[in-house]
Design a binder for this molecule. Structure first.
Ligand code: AMP
Ligand code: MG
Length: 424
């Protein structure tokens, strides 16, 4: 972990730090400087390792494939026996099956029937597809036009003994799990799951199962945060709702920081509320409060408390999700050991809606990508874009990302979209 002494505030002075208008990319870069992976390693069977991050390179203990083998069902022949343009008839000396090699060699004038994956018998150097021969009894007739070494898979052509098959920091998806199994390796080193504690702040919040009084609302942020963290493979510690009371908040921050690698809160960082939270966090650690030049999700706090990373997200439900995906997601993946972390793909499509946008902030509007009868994709905006309208997130399948300087967007213009599938 980073040394908490490595000052978050001092680092900020070095690069035109302006907490009142922090561009999204700058805030991301700033946070990235304080992230080092949680170095705790555990060993797991590969079946249990899906979604985890490799903590050590996987070095191949063998050649893959381990033998020269056939890529086709056909006949293993000596290329020298074939004619460039003309037919030749060879006698079939036997059969090589996958897993049951032909016990012998291919001598001049002979060939061996061979199945896909079977070891290429000594003496032969070329495989002729069964569709390209005329077979009659134990003889086959083969025409011209073949290449030496065709349809052969060479030992070690996929991986050689000692070669790094997978690098530390890679996410274990089904393909990686399969590749490790193909090396005969059953147990691997992975990083332990990141522990993330979170709570909601606000006197107006009630939990499910409690009737609502005047002016009260149900706490939804804890549920979206729980879901987003679970999807990222974190170990989640739900600490409930905490009232806007400095004593209770201090206790909650303390408890959270002592049981987790990362603490996430929602609410309490907007102007007015921020002041006493600021005071509290200043005493407890090092936290910077930003007004990010983005919409939704302007206020954001980031720092360290008692050795834990801290993200203070805004209170509005859509702002919580957008700031989580723009800042917290990447940070958690890096802390969890992911390296490198490829950027999420975005692409440009025509937008069928006219979009309202004032220059000055990056906007993450919620969009619906659809394909027309001709197979062409376009995007429209989900209705109202208020930062409290969580329905805009449930209806959306993408974010429409509008850059800082962009003004209103006319219907039919190209816009940048980031697909939510696989991300949210
Ligand atoms: P705040 O940032 O605390 O001023 O909150 C901004 C808005 O988000 C207010 O309307 C809050 O009622 C609302 N809000 C804050 N926390 C939650 C929560 N956990 N669930 C739903 N709405 C919330
Ligand atoms: Mg509040």
């Amino acid at each position: 972990m980073n040394n908490p002494e490595s000052s978050i505030r001092a680092a900020s002075c070095a690069d035109d730090y302006d907490p009142d208008s922090m561009p999204v990319a700058k805030a991301r870069e700033f946070i990235a400087r304080f992230l080092t992976p949680v170095a705790v390693i555990e060993r797991l069977h590969i079946r249990a390792a899906l979604g985890r991050v490799l903590a050590a390179d996987i070095v191949s203990p063998l050649d893959v494939p381990s033998h020269d083998n056939s890529a086709m069902d056909g006949y293993a022949v000596r290329f020298a026996d074939l004619k460039a343009d003309g037919e030749v008839t060879l006698s079939v000396a036997g059969t090589a099956f996958a897993g049951v090699p032909f016990n012998g060699a291919v001598n001049a004038g002979t060939c061996v029937r061979i199945m896909t994956g079977a070891v290429v018998p000594p003496g032969s150097d070329t495989i002729v597809m069964q569709e390209h021969v005329k077979a009659a009894g134990d003889k086959v007739t083969i025409g011209g036009g073949h290449r030496q070494n065709q349809n052969l898979r060479r030992a070690g052509e996929d991986l050689k003994t000692g070669q790094v098959a997978l690098k530390r920091g890679e996410l274990l998806r089904p393909a990686e799990i399969g590749l490790i199994a193909s090396l005969g390796v059953g147990e691997i080193a992975v990083y332990r799951k990141l522990r993330v504690a979170f709570f909601s702040t606000g006197d107006e919040l009630r939990s499910i199962g409690t009737p609502l009084g005047a002016g009260q609302i149900y706490d939804s942020n804890r549920y979206t945060i729980h879901g987003m963290l679970t999807r990222l493979g974190c170990e989640v510690i739900d600490m409930g709702v905490v009232c806007d009371d400095p004593k209770l908040l201090e206790q909650a921050f303390n408890d959270a920081a002592h049981c987790a690698d990362v603490v996430i809160t929602s609410g309490g960082v907007s102007v007015g509320e921020a002041d006493f939270v600021k005071e509290l966090l200043e005493r407890m650690g090092e936290v910077v409060f930003w007004k990010i030049a983005m919409k939704p999700g302007r206020p954001l706090a980031y720092g360290r408390i008692a050795g834990a990373h801290f993200f203070g997200l805004p209170g509005n439900p859509v702002s919580v999700m957008v700031t989580f995906y723009q800042f917290v997601r990447d940070a958690l993946l890096k802390l969890g050991g992911r390296d490198p972390l490829p950027p999420l793909p975005t692409f440009r499509v025509p937008c069928t809606s006219a979009l309202k946008k004032a220059p000055g902030r990056t906007e993450f509007q919620r969009g619906v990508l659809t394909q027309d009868a001709a197979g062409i994709w376009s995007v429209r905006v989900t209705g109202e874009q208020g930062s409290g309208i969580l329905r805009s997130m449930t209806e959306a399948n993408c974010f429409i990302i509008l850059p800082t300087d962009q003004g209103n967007v006319a219907a039919g213009s190209l816009v940048e979209v980031e697909v939510m599938e696989g991300v949210v």
